[in-house]
Design a protein around this ligand. Sequence first.
Ligand SMILES: [Fe+2]
Length: 231
Amino acid sequence: MCDQNSGYSVQDISRILPSFESAIRGHASRIINEAPPDGRVGLYQFLVENHASFKSKFSRILNRDVTIELIADLSSWWAEFDLPPEFITDEELLGYPNIYFRVVRPFGYADVGGIHADKWFWELGNLQFPVGYKRIKFWAPLLQNDDEPSLTIFPGSHLQTLGYSVRLGDDGRTRPFLPNSDFEKNMLPAPVRVGQCVIFEDQLLHCGRATDSPRVSVEFTMGIRTTAGDA
Ligand SMILES: [Fe+2]
């Protein structure tokens, strides 16, 4: 699902975009205890206005019921790939797959994290992962200014082994970060529009980006069977 040299690929998800929106709508109405206004514009305005309620990761992981419904639609989408993913990970140990969204306000520089590889979180958390599978990430913008994509990536960085440092986050959890700011010049906007997703390797350096426009994105980690030659 990813290009071996760049470590990522861009795929069309326009068919399942409504499924993400209805899942987030269902989830958000339970968190806020109020139904978001109808329509895409109303939904996203509601999320941005209620940003504070969706700050912690646990408030952004879709609840079990909407997740199960969403996975039915996702499975029919990824069945079209040669080597489709077989599961979505449960890194927060909730007992069901973790699909989560993020709301970034215009100029919300505090709403995004730093440059990292997802693999570091798995190492730091000492999280178990089945043998014979590798992790790949799904990341899709549901709302963004397509002229300024809201994810940056360093193509090819998954082929390097990079050290990282650790700090304590505001939520009391340890977080990895890249101590060397030299990498910032290598970060490029991911060429992804609303209606597409980026699928990328666990070791690819990436970073969310705040722009002058609001952003809502959705992401999760998939387990894919390793083939001969894969690390
Ligand atoms: Fe990440």
